[in-house]
Design a protein around this ligand. Structure first.
Ligand code: 1HN
Length: 317
């Protein structure tokens, strides 16, 4: 090694040893509050549905395995995630189709938008997926989907895949028999939150303290180890508090229309739309008609590592 008799020689020595000086970083490691990396964004169901339908004709389901369109946050350098920890996808299953069983360490959930007669099988339990229902596929559970009805079925998947990427914990395998051999039918199951049950729970819920919805109920406690689910109801004309949280959120509009103002930018939404609200962005919701949304967030992760911070703010944005 050269003599370390100047700063220049010192910094040269860093490279060979794969070390870096805390006072001489290429990029900072600490900053005062969450950075605005991922951007708030809305995907319109009306834009995506024709593409899914065309894929329904052009892409054989046997080839596609899962006919889904993932929603990539349009921030520079991102190729996959919807928010930092989660990915959302629109998926279509047509009558008579089957998506073969597989399992993976990422946790998954599905929020059904349209269509009846499609079933998901999770670890041997087969449940129908109906509009407004939310179905869970916990980490490492076998899951397949199939339709024996006559309606196209559209839903939104939310998974913690980007978190699993970060933590290097990915395992994935296809079922050796393509489908699970022993299946039991169930209408009520811990993996299924039925829309009629959610509506009934919202009808008797108290207004939430944070003021972000007229009524709110949590589905599960939490629904998955890494993802919390909250169903929210807004009456026509409702204007929420202004709020921010360190949790990253993905909203799916089950019914209604309105707008979300986030960091001063207005995002209009309608039934079936998906809205990404990254960590620590101040936002509020306004509803033009009676509306329902399901919020999927990484709150359980943030809470577990002691990093959940929330704030109801002044209405200044
Ligand atoms: C997945 O396994 C499904 O099983 C849906 O239906 C969406 C998005 C990313 C990675 C895996 C499914 C997915 C997915």
């Amino acid at each position: 090694m050269n003599k370390l008799d100047s700063l220049e020689s010192l910094y040269q020595a860093f490279d060979g040893l794969s070390v870096e000086g805390g006072w001489y970083r290429r990029t900072p490691a600490l900053w005062p509050e969450p950075r605005k990396n991922f951007v708030p964004f809305r995907w319109r169901y009306a834009d995506v549905k024709p593409i899914l339908d065309a894929a329904g004709h052009l892409v054989d389901h046997a080839m596609a395995d899962r006919r889904n369109l993932t929603m990539t946050n349009p921030v520079e350098g991102n190729l996959y995630a919807t928010v930092r920890s989660m990915v959302a996808a629109y998926q279509l299953i047509k009558p008579g189709e089957t998506a073969d069983a597989h399992r993976h360490t990422p946790n998954a959930l599905r929020i059904i938008l349209e269509g009846k007669g499609t079933y998901t099988v999770v670890d041997g339990t087969r449940v129908e997926m109906r509009p407004g229902d939310v179905l869970l596929t916990p980490s490492w559970a076998w899951h397949s989907h199939s339709s024996n009805g006559n309606e196209d079925c559209y839903w939104v998947d939310v998974l913690d895949v980007p978190l699993v990427h970060l933590m290097e914990g990915m395992f994935f395998e296809r079922h050796p028999d393509k489908l699970e051999p022993d299946v039991v039918d169930a209408d009520s199951s811990p993996i299924a939150f039925r829309w009629e049950d959610t509506l009934a729970a919202l009808a008797v819920a108290a207004p939430p303290a944070h003021g972000m919805a007229e009524r709110e109920v949590e589905l599960g406690n939490p629904a998955l180890r890494t993802v919390a689910l909250h169903a929210q109801r807004f009456n026509a004309g409702f204007c929420s508090a202004l709020y921010r949280t360190t949790a990253n959120s993905i909203f799916t509009v089950i019914q209604g229309r309105g707008r979300t103002v986030v960091d001063g930018e207005t995002i209009e939404w309608a039934m079936g739309d998906v809205i990404a609200i990254p960590a620590w962005r101040a936002y509020r919701h306004e509803a033009d008609a009676e509306s329902f949304m399901v919020r999927a967030s990484d709150e359980p992760v943030m809470r577990a590592i002691g990093m959940l911070r929330e704030e109801v703010m002044r209405q200044s944005v």
